[in-house]
Design a protein around this ligand. Structure first.
Ligand code: NCD
Length: 290
C-alpha cells in the first residue's frame, strides 16, 4: 500500500532566480514549494547600470563573477533552481553548470515550459479531452514564449491549431515546421472573428512590447499591432457554448474585462490556479518524490 507523503519536500530548499518580472510563475513556484514542505528564496536580478550585464544585486556578480559560476555556487546550497532570464538559451546554460535540477521559468522569446504544462492541464480540465479539439492561438506567436511551449506540447496530441496574428508577428519558422511535422497546424490567419465560432479553446496573448526595439521605430511598430485583436462579449457570443477562453496573463487590452464574468473565461482564476497544482507536481517529480 502506498503511503501518502504530506510533505515530500521537507527540509528542501528551492531558489527562484528571476531576471525578468513575474507575478504568477515566481509566486506559484514559491507557494507550491512551501505547500510541499520546502522553503524558498527569491533572488531578483537586474541589468547592471554600468556594464549592461544581467546581475543579481549585491551578489558577487557585481564584482564580475560569471553567471555560470554563480549558478554553480547556488546549486551547491539548493535542491532545485527555477530561473527566468531575458536571454534565450541562458537557462540551458545554467542547467549545464548546476548540480541540482534547473527548471525553466521562461527564457526570453524562447520557451516557458511550465506554462505550457499548466495550459495543457487547463485545456484538459475545461474540455474533459484534448484530442480532437480546435485550439486557436491569438496575438504574438513570434515573441510569445508561452505559445512556443504550448505548440511543442500539443504536437503530442491529435489537435488542430489555428494561429491568429498580424503578419509581422507570425510564428517563427522553427515552430511552424514543428507544428506542421506533427500535422497539427490547421491554418495561420490574420482573421480573428472568422475562426472564433469553430474554436474549442481561444488562447489570447499579449503583444510582447518589451521585445520590440527600444527606439521610435520599434515603439511605433508596437503601437500598430498591440491592439490588433481584442476579445469582447460580442465576439464571445459567436463562440461555442463550451469554448474556454484562456490567457497566460498579464493582459493588456486583448481581453475586454467585461468577458471576465463569462463562465467560459478560464484565465481569471482556474487557469492560474492550475499553475500552482502543476508546479507542485513538477517539483515533487523532479525531486524524486512521486
Ligand atoms: C507570460 C510570460 O512571462 O511569458 N507570463 C506568464 O508567465 N504567465 C506571458 C506574458 O508575459 O505575456
Amino acid at each position: 500500500e502506498r503511503k501518502l507523503i504530506l510533505s515530500p519536500l521537507e527540509r528542501m530548499a528551492i531558489c527562484c532566480i528571476f531576471f525578468e518580472p513575474s507575478s504568477r510563475t515566481m509566486e506559484s513556484f514559491g507557494v507550491a514549494a512551501n505547500k510541499l514542505g520546502a522553503f524558498t528564496r527569491n533572488l531578483v536580478g537586474e541589468r547592471d547600470g554600468k556594464t549592461g550585464e544581467w546581475v543579481i544585486p549585491y551578489s558577487s556578480m557585481i564584482k564580475g563573477e560569471t553567471f555560470e559560476d554563480t549558478i554553480a555556487t547556488l546549486s551547491t546550497f539548493y535542491d532545485a533552481i527555477v530561473i527566468r532570464h531575458p536571454v534565450i538559451g541562458k537557462v540551458a546554460i545554467a542547467a549545464d553548470h548546476s548540480v541540482v535540477p534547473v527548471i525553466n521559468g521562461g527564457d526570453g522569446i524562447g520557451e516557458h515550459p511550465t506554462q505550457g504544462l499548466l495550459d495543457l492541464f487547463t485545456i484538459y480540465n475545461e474540455l474533459g479531452e484534448v484530442d480532437g479539439k480546435h485550439i486557436v492561438l491569438v496575438g504574438d506567436p513570434k515573441n510569445g514564449r508561452t505559445i512556443h511551449s504550448l505548440i511543442k506540447i500539443l504536437t503530442h496530441y491529435d489537435v488542430k491549431v489555428t494561429i491568429v496574428a498580424p503578419e509581422q508577428l507570425m510564428l517563427q519558422e522553427e515552430y511552424r515546421e514543428e507544428a506542421k511535422r506533427a500535422g497539427i497546424l490547421k491554418e495561420e490567419t490574420t482573421e480573428f472573428e472568422r475562426v472564433i465560432p469553430t474554436a474549442d479553446i481561444v488562447y489570447m496573448t499579449r503583444v510582447q512590447g518589451e521585445r520590440f526595439p527600444n527606439n521610435p521605430e520599434g515603439q511605433a511598430a508596437y503601437e500598430r499591432v498591440k491592439d490588433a485583436y481584442i476579445m469582447t462579449p460580442e465576439i464571445m457570443a459567436t463562440a461555442k457554448p463550451k469554448m474556454a477562453l484562456m490567457h497566460p496573463l498579464p493582459r493588456k487590452n486583448e481581453i475586454d474585462t467585461r468577458c471576465d464574468a463569462d463562465t467560459r473565461s478560464a484565465y481569471k482564476h482556474r487557469q492560474m490556479r492550475n499553475g500552482l497544482y502543476i508546479r507542485e507536481a513538477l517539483l515533487a517529480a523532479v525531486l524524486g518524490k512521486v
